[in-house]
Design a binder for this molecule. Structure first.
Ligand code: HEM
Length: 518
C-alpha cells in the first residue's frame, strides 16, 4: 500500500490495527466489551438504514445547474429572473412512485422529477412529475390511492383488483390513466423525459399582482419511451436500467439538458377558463396559454456518494422563495405539510442542515438545538431581540400590501372558493381532455399500444364489478376505446358511466352572486 493511503481509524479518529480485528479473552476466547473498534463497527452497521420514502423510494440523481435565459420581471419580482445568464446549482432526483427501493426502474408508473435550486434567496424545490396531470384532486384520497399501488395486506402481492377498484370508483383519475398506460408510462430512462409542475403556482410582483403559472421542463432531444415488452424485459435483465443510463450518460460527458418554460394565466383569465385552475387532473391548452421560455436545466455531475447527496436530499413544494407562492389547489396545500413532516421522520428535525439540503443563502432564525444540530448560529439571538447588534433587519423587498387592489383580490378569492367546491364533482368536463388524447392526439399505433398496455394489466382483475365499472369509465371517454379493451380481455361491451353535465361544474364557479369578469 502506498504511504499516501489514509490510515484506517475508528469513528473517533484513532488509528486501528486492521479492519477484521476483534479483541478476545485469551487465545480463541469470547469477545470483549472493551473493544470499541469492533462494537463501533457493528453498532453503526446495525443503524445503516434510514426509512425509505413511503412513495418514490427507487431513484437516481445527479447535480447540475439551472440557467436563467429570459428576463421575467414583467411577471415576478423573484430576483433570480432579473439576471439573464445567472446559474444556480441544482440537485435532481428522479424516481418511480409505487415500488420499493429495490424495484425495477422500468415499471409502469409516473416518474418523480424533483429539483433543488440553490438560489441567493434560499432553496427553491421543484417537486414535479413526468406527467402534466395527476390521479387525484382531493388530497384525502392520496393515502387510499397509494395503498392500492402497494402490496395486499394479506397476500403481500401487488393486486390488480385493488388498483382498478380504486381507479374505477374515482374516475377523475382517467386523464392520468390515459397517459400512464400509453408508452409515456414507461420512459426510456430518467434523463429522456419531460417534467411538469402539474399544480398551479402563483408568481407575484412586489405590488401584489400575480399570475398563475405551470412549469414545464422539456427534455432536449425529445421524450423517449419504451414499449411494454421492452420495459418488461429490462425489469428482469437490468432493474437498474434508469440509474445506469443517467450515471453513464453523465460519465461519458453526454449531459442531459432541458429547456424550461412556463405557462401563465391572469386571475381574470382563470375566472373565465373552461377548466378549474385548482384541478390538477387538467392541462392548460398550449394554444390558449403558450409556453414561454425561462431557462435551461443541465445535469453535468454525478454524486460522489449517493446516500449523502441523493438519498438524504429532502425536497418539498413548501421550500419556496420570495414572490413564488402556492395556489389554493388543495392537493398542493396538503403536500406543503406532508413533505417536511416526512423529512422530520425520515431524516430528523435538522434535515435542512444536512450538506445536500443546506441553503447557500445564510440562515438566521430562532430554531435551536435538537438531534444532530450542526449549525447553532453561534451567539446570535434565540428570541426576537431589539438589542443592537442582535436585532434582525427586514428583507429588502416584500409585497407592498398598501398598493394591492383589495376589492379585486377579495372577488378573486370568492371565485377561488367556488373553484375549490367544484373539485368534488365528476362531470363531462373530466372526459374532454382524455377523449382528445385518444381521438385527436394519438395515432393508430399509439391507440393500439394503449389498448394492449391496459389489457395486459387489466386482465389480472378478478372482480366482475370492478371490470364493468372501469370499462364504463373508458366508455365515457370513448365507446370505441372501451369496446377495444373489452374485446382484448374477452368482456362484453359496457355502456358509459353516467356523469353530470359540464354545466354542473361551472355552476360552482359562476354562481357567486356577482360578476366574475373584472
Ligand atoms: C415524494 C406525499 C402528490 C411528486 C413524496 C413523499 C411523500 C409524498 C410523503 C416522500 C417524501 C420523502 O420521504 O422525502 C404526497 C402527497 C400527495 C402527493 C400527500 C398528495 C396529496 C404528489 C404530486 C406530485 C408529487 C401531485 C407531482 C406533481 C413527488 C415527488 C416525490 C414525492 C417528485 C419524490 C421527491 C424526492 O425525490 O425525494 N410525496 N405526494 N407528489 N412526491 Fe408526492
Amino acid at each position: 500500500m502506498s504511504s499516501q493511503a489514509p490510515v484506517y481509524t475508528t469513528s473517533n479518529g484513532a488509528p486501528a490495527n486492521e479492519p477484521y480485528s476483534a479483541q478476545r479473552a485469551g487465545i480463541g476466547g469470547p469477545l470483549l466489551l472493551q473493544d470499541f473498534h469492533h462494537i463501533d463497527l457493528l453498532a453503526h452497521f446495525d443503524r445503516e438504514r434510514i426509512p425509505e420514502r413511503v412513495v418514490h423510494a427507487k431513484a437516481a440523481g445527479a447535480h447540475g445547474y439551472f440557467e436563467v435565459t429570459h428576463d421575467l420581471s414583467d411577471i415576478t419580482s423573484q430576483s433570480l429572473f432579473k439576471q439573464v445568464g445567472k446559474k444556480v446549482r441544482v440537485t435532481a432526483r428522479f424516481s418511480t412512485v409505487g415500488g420499493e427501493a429495490g424495484s425495477a426502474d422500468t415499471a409502469r408508473d409516473p416518474r418523480g422529477f424533483a429539483l433543488k435550486l440553490r438560489t441567493d434567496e434560499g432553496n427553491w424545490d421543484w417537486v414535479f412529475n413526468n406527467t402534466p396531470v395527476f390521479f387525484i384532486r382531493d388530497p384525502a384520497k392520496f393515502p387510499h390511492f397509494i395503498h392500492t399501488q402497494k402490496r395486499h395486506p394479506q397476500s403481500h402481492l401487488k393486486d390488480a383488483d385493488m388498483f382498478w377498484d380504486y381507479l374505477s370508483q374515482n374516475p377523475e383519475s382517467i386523464h392520468q390513466i390515459m397517459i400512464l398506460f400509453s408508452d409515456r408510462g414507461t420512459p426510456d430512462g430518467y434523463h429522456q423525459q419531460h417534467g411538469y409542475s402539474g399544480h398551479t403556482f402563483k408568481w407575484l410582483k412586489d405590488d401584489g399582482s400575480f399570475v398563475y403559472t405551470q412549469v414545464h421542463l422539456r427534455v432536449d432531444g425529445g421524450f423517449k419511451t419504451l414499449d411494454n415488452a421492452t420495459a418488461t424485459r429490462l425489469a428482469g435483465e437490468n432493474p437498474e436500467y434508469g440509474i445506469d443510463a443517467l450515471f453513464n450518460a453523465i460519465e461519458a460527458g453526454k449531459f442531459p439538458s432541458w429547456t424550461v418554460y412556463i405557462q401563465t394565466m391572469t386571475p381574470e383569465q382563470a375566472e373565465k377558463f373552461r377548466y378549474n385552475i385548482l384541478d390538477l387532473t387538467k392541462v392548460w391548452p398550449h394554444s390558449e396559454f403558450p409556453l414561454r421560455p425561462i431557462g435551461k436545466f443541465v445535469l453535468n455531475e454525478n454524486p460522489q456518494n449517493y446516500f449523502a447527496e441523493i438519498e438524504q436530499a429532502a425536497f418539498s413544494p413548501s421550500h419556496l422563495v420570495p414572490f413564488i407562492e402556492p395556489s389554493a389547489d388543495p392537493v398542493l396545500q396538503s403536500r406543503l405539510f406532508s413533505y417536511p413532516d416526512t423529512h422530520r421522520h425520515r431524516l430528523g428535525t435538522n434535515y435542512q442542515q444536512l450538506p445536500v439540503n443546506a441553503p447557500i443563502a445564510p440562515v438566521h432564525n430562532f430554531q435551536r438545538a435538537g438531534p444532530m444540530t450542526f449549525v447553532s448560529q453561534g451567539a446570535a439571538p434565540n428570541y426576537q431581540s431589539s438589542l443592537a447588534p442582535l436585532a434582525y433587519s427586514a428583507p429588502a423587498k416584500t409585497i407592498n400590501h398598501n398598493v394591492r387592489d383589495h376589492e379585486r383580490l377579495a372577488r378573486h378569492e370568492a371565485f377561488v372558493g367556488g373553484a375549490w367546491r367544484d373539485l368534488s364533482v365528476i362531470t363531462e368536463l373530466d372526459f374532454e381532455q382524455p377523449r382528445a388524447l385518444w381521438a385527436k392526439v394519438w395515432n393508430d399505433q399509439q391507440r393500439e399500444a394503449y389498448v394492449q398496455n391496459v389489457a395486459g394489466h387489466f386482465s389480472g382483475v378478478k372482480s366482475a364489478v370492478v371490470k364493468e365499472r372501469q370499462l364504463s369509465v373508458w366508455a365515457a371517454v370513448d365507446q370505441g376505446l372501451s369496446d377495444r379493451i373489452a374485446a382484448a380481455i374477452g368482456h362484453p361491451s359496457v355502456a358509459p358511466l353516467k356523469v353530470a353535465p359540464a354545466a354542473e361544474a361551472e355552476r360552482f364557479r359562476a354562481n357567486l352572486g356577482f360578476a366574475l369578469s373584472l
